[in-house]
Design a protein around this ligand. Structure first.
Ligand SMILES: *[C@@H]1O[C@H](CO)[C@@H](O)[C@H](O)[C@H]1NC(C)=O
Ligand SMILES: *[C@@H]1O[C@H](CO)[C@@H](O)[C@H](O)[C@H]1NC(C)=O
Ligand SMILES: *[C@@H]1O[C@H](CO)[C@@H](O)[C@H](O)[C@H]1NC(C)=O
Ligand SMILES: *[C@@H]1O[C@H](CO)[C@@H](O)[C@H](O)[C@H]1NC(C)=O
Ligand SMILES: *[C@@H]1O[C@H](CO)[C@@H](O)[C@H](O)[C@H]1NC(C)=O
Ligand SMILES: *[C@@H]1O[C@H](CO)[C@@H](O)[C@H](O)[C@H]1NC(C)=O
Length: 582
């Protein structure tokens, strides 16, 4: 059996090389063709999404690739998809953006309204982390989930003290000590006269906690109101806000917190236009970067507004990244900023500005990630938050990859990350055999290591011997295999194989109607060494195509773009008056 296996593997690999030459993979546009307003217009309520034959449960957004350049960094792309209820699935999703598989889904899972979906390290192991819960007007009420490499949930926890499902959307960071940093928005009675409000008013307290994930024990807690006066806020205070417990005034809008190696915290507050360094000893403010009481001399090229995601790039704290939503007086688009921060001289200068091909304006949410912070010339991942765009750029700010993942103003992802991930699902791979169409479809939600599918046939589902019919290179989330001239018996199934020929898993067996349990410990015999040319995979039933739809950019679309931008701008100015947007 071992001998037979290795012969088949050799044959498989040869066929694999052949099929990679024959296979048209994803077709993406190299040109810039923004259709900000018209993309998805044929589906007014939703956004273009993909469906698959082998797995009917997943309906992830389709990617429109506006530019795919060379020199992309390795790793997968992580998006916590959110949007209108009609826009397909608001689930966390991992995509592949490699030369071979540009924009293919890798994994998606049933967690509603996910925020801050990414990989982190917990107890020395790579894990997936996310917030899920109820998204409210610019904040949320929910809890935090940790999944292992098999996509099994290994932790689910709440914030400390404030009650279940009180955790906010904006941050879920695991520290080097395996504690978690999380946020809470909660109303407290407060005298608002210093900002023109009522004396017996209500304030949105912005709290961050560092908690022990296992025990729930509180390690550190910080309340904005203890340290930052409401007179430092840029947020307006409309008359219908701040008067009742139901409508507290969000004067601060905390949206990112990280802990540095000295135990101090870096905090971003959107409507203060300010980044704070907070003492881990007593919570006092060590300095303010920008805002009404800045301790820094901020270079005019740096001036930012409504920002998100402030991070130190290096441990020595000389470089910082953030997402500047804007708009500011001179800049009407959103941008990522790489900053040179001198904490002794209290100066901050611009190193690089990052934006995408369309200079998108993302009113709220957004992120900038130095993909490999240890690399001086790392690429950067830029997520436009409230608008469905992200881009990968080199360290000089050149756009290498430019993607739209849904209809504007309909779909969004709080942050976008490119990170290393190896997924080994505990589920079995999926298949569908369309007997009339002479086609089989294979997929395995979350499996990152599959390079090919070996198709096998037998006369009974519980057969101990399966005949190897053909092998197909994995083309994307789902691989479509043409079986027109294959000699098939009553049952067909597939085996997922890694790049080095290791068997990773078997599907159940299909008779064309139903799926049946079938043994995984089987003998393979095969004719794969004499493949018929027609037995190579096809790539083009609509359901299996990972390709982006062709775009329809025109003068009208360009004009519409401008209109939408203006509309969003107006909305930003109005809405931040009351409850600051996420
Ligand atoms: C990526 O862009 C290159 C250069 O324009 C193009 O030749 C290639 O087909 C694209 N690849 C994919 C997978 O879209
Ligand atoms: C997702 O989970 C919800 C709640 O458990 C359930 O009602 C729904 O059917 C699930 N959706 C899918 C596609 O599995
Ligand atoms: C993931 O967690 C499940 C449940 O605890 C466990 O059975 C499985 O072995 C874990 N997988 C990995 C890769 O750690
Ligand atoms: C933060 O405020 C809450 C009440 O809103 C209080 O229970 C808690 O003790 C405060 N924490 C600190 C560190 O002051
Ligand atoms: C806010 O009020 C405090 C206390 O009165 C004062 O020290 C501070 O200068 C004020 N800040 C601003 C920006 O007005
Ligand atoms: C650093 O990043 C650049 C840009 O992606 C890449 O070309 C280079 O190989 C990386 N260097 C190292 C040491 O990883």
């Amino acid at each position: 059996m071992r001998g037979a296996h290795s012969v088949i593997t050799q044959a498989s690999l040869a066929l694999l090389q052949l099929s990679s030459l024959l296979l048209p993979l994803v077709t993406a546009q190299d040109s810039v063709s923004y259709d900000f307003d018209s993309y998805g217009a044929e589906d007014p309520s939703g956004t273009p999404y993909q469906t698959y034959r082998s797995n009917v449960d997943v309906k992830p957004p389709q990617m429109q690739i506006n530019r795919n350049g060379t020199a992309l960094m390795s790793g997968h792309v992580f998006l916590g998809i959110n949007g209108l209820p009609t826009s397909g699935q608001n689930w966390p999703a991992i995509y592949e953006f490699s030369e071979d598989r540009m924009g293919s889904l890798v994994w998606t899972g049933n967690y509603s309204e996910p925020f801050d979906f990414k990989t982190q390290t917990y107890k020395g192991e790579p894990v997936l982390t996310l917030w899920s819960g109820e998204l409210l007007n610019g904040y949320g009420r929910g809890s935090y989930h940790i999944l292992n490499q098999s996509y099994d949930e290994i932790a689910h926890f709440q914030v400390s003290k404030f009650g279940d499902e009180m955790g906010d959307i904006h941050e879920f960071l695991i520290t080097a000590d395996d504690t978690a940093i999380v946020l809470i928005y909660h109303g407290i009675p407060w005298d608002l006269t210093a900002s023109g409000g009522v004396e017996s008013g209500w304030l949105f307290e912005n709290t961050f906690q560092e908690i022990n994930i296992e025990t729930g024990e509180l390690v550190f807690e910080w309340n904005a109101s203890t340290h930052v006066g409401i007179n430092e806020s840029y947020n307006s205070l409309p008359s219908d806000v701040g008067q009742s417990e139901e409508a507290p005034w969000d004067y601060f809008h905390i949206n990112s917190v990280e802990k540095d190696k000295n135990g101090d915290y870096l905090v971003s507050a959107r409507v203060m236009d300010c980044i704070y360094k907070i003492s881990g000893q007593d919570g006092s403010i060590i300095w303010r970067l920008q805002g009404r009481q800045s301790d820094f001399d901020v270079d005019p090229a740096v001036t930012f507004a409504f920002q998100h995601d402030a991070r130190w790039v290096d441990e020595d704290q000389t470089r910082m990244t953030l997402f500047d939503n804007g708009p500011t007086e001179n800049i009407g688009y959103s941008r990522g900023l790489l900053l040179d921060v001198n904490q002794d001289e209290k100066t901050v200068k611009l190193i690089t500005e990052f934006t995408n091909l369309g200079k998108t304006f993302g009113t709220f949410e957004g992120s900038l990630q130095a993909i490999d912070p240890s690399n001086e010339t790392t690429n950067f991942m830029l997520g436009f938050g409230s608008q469905p765009y992200f881009a990968e750029l080199d360290h000089d700010g050149n756009v290498l990859l430019d993607v739209q993942f849904g209809k504007s103003n309909v779909v969004n992802a709080y942050r976008a990350y490119r990170q290393q991930w190896e997924g080994k699902p505990s589920t079995k791979p999926d298949m569908h055999w369309d007997q009339d169409g002479n086609t089989a479809f294979f997929s395995w939600n979350g499996a990152t290591e599959v390079e090919s599918w070996v198709v096998c046939t037998a006369n009974a589902s519980d057969s101990r011997t399966w005949t190897n019919v053909t092998v197909a290179r994995r083309t994307g989330f789902e691989t479509t295999v043409n079986l027109k001239d294959a000699q098939l018996e009553s049952f067909v199934r597939g085996k997922a194989v890694s790049g080095d020929g290791t068997a990773l898993g078997w599907t159940m067996a299909s008779d064309g109607n139903e799926l049946y349990d079938a043994p995984d410990d089987v003998e393979e015999t095969g004719s794969a060494s004499t493949p018929s040319p027609t037995a190579t995979p096809t790539s083009s039933t609509p359901s299996a195509t990972e390709a982006a739809p062709s775009s329809s950019s025109s003068g009208a679309a360009a004009r519409a773009t401008h209109g939408v931008m203006e509309q969003v701008y107006v909305a930003a100015v109005v809405v931040v008056g009351g409850l600051a947007l996420a």
